[in-house]
Design a protein around this ligand. Structure first.
Ligand SMILES: NC(=O)CCC(=O)C(=O)O
Length: 305
């Protein structure tokens, strides 16, 4: 029972599963395999299922154009986007909300200019598209002796925050991998009344051990919400080696569940009371000083969904 005057951000407990999927070069096989694993997660009681970043392809700039699918105008035809239709069927067949990881997207303008994005699609249990998130912050880093990667060589960034209403439960925010490094995006989403921040991702073997779990816990404790990070399984024969370690963090920043490196489904029960308990115990909500940092509050007053 909620004892504060705030409505529960999460209306009823819900099981969320991250599918740490093993993927390869064969898109059709990846889609079929994802369908099997979503079924497995749903059979174990998950009502929100998350797939990893680039779940239908290998991850890398060399792969984005050849795997890219056209999503606009929506809905695309099965030829334009087999992944759109496969995800819709996975959500509908299993009666789950499906955060469909991400896929490379191509947009073709009237004058035949091609623009590529890293895009996440979210479907309702009826198989309807609820939201599209194009990765806002592209993964461009260069760490001497570690990793160099430049998504912006091929991809263009999205330009919006993505918040999705799941009517029986509440509101979630969706962003992709490198987006997790930007606390502003998370804080604004949380202040719009989200109970969870969900990030399909694919960290690497340099930054993964240092930052993946830390960033999940940081976004959770900053905002006193649940955070889910969902990675592909590690494949040492691939050109990009994903960190794995998909996890779910609670509003006190406790890691509820964390995968290893291989293919695995991890799930956790999310409960709105835990959000309220964290916020009553550490009342950041009442203590914020927007008079001292007014620019971050502009247009984002605390609202219930
Ligand atoms: N796919 C990504 O955005 C990777 C982000 C990452 O590894 C990081 O360190 O940040």
């Amino acid at each position: 029972m909620a004892t504060s005057s705030y409505p529960l951000l999460l209306k009823q407990p819900v099981k969320l599963a991250c599918v740490q999927l093993a993927t390869g070069a064969d898109k059709t096989a990846n889609l079929a395999h994802a369908a099997e694993k979503v079924r497995e997660a749903a059979s174990a009681g998950a009502k929100i299922v998350v797939l990893p970043e680039c779940f239908n392809s290998p991850y890398g700039c060399d792969y984005f154009p050849s795997y890219a699918e056209q999503l606009l105008p929506s809905p695309p035809s099965p030829e334009q986007s087999p992944s759109f239709h496969a995800l819709s069927a996975m959500a509908r067949d299993n009666g789950v909300y499906l955060i469909g990881g991400s896929i490379p997207e191509i947009e073709v303008s009237a004058d035949n200019k091609k623009t590529y994005y890293n895009t996440s699609l979210t479907f309702s249990p009826a198989g309807e598209l609820l939201a599209t998130h194009r990765k806002v912050h592209l993964f461009d880093i260069s760490i001497p002796g570690g990793i160099t990667f430049r998504e912006s060589d091929v991809l263009s960034p999205g330009n919006k925050l993505t918040v999705v209403d799941l009517p029986e439960y509440g509101r979630v925010a969706i962003a992709i991998c490198y987006d997790v490094r930007f606390p502003e995006l998370a804080t604004i989403a949380a202040r719009k009344g989200c109970f969870a921040l969900i990030y399909p991702g694919a960290f690497n073997l340099t930054t993964g051990p240092l930052h993946w779990r830390l960033l999940g816990q940081a976004r959770a404790v900053d905002n006193q919400v649940y955070v889910a990070l969902c990675s592909p399984a590690r494949d040492m024969s691939a050109s990009y080696n994903a960190w794995g370690h998909s996890l779910v963090v609670d509003p006190m920043a406790k890691v509820l569940v964390e995968a290893g490196e291989g293919e695995e489904i991890v799930s956790a029960e999310l409960n709105g009371e835990e959000i309220e308990k964290a916020r009553r115990g550490i009342p950041l909500r009442e203590q914020r000083r927007f008079d001292v940092y007014p620019d971050i509050s502009q247009g984002y007053e605390l609202k219930s969904p």
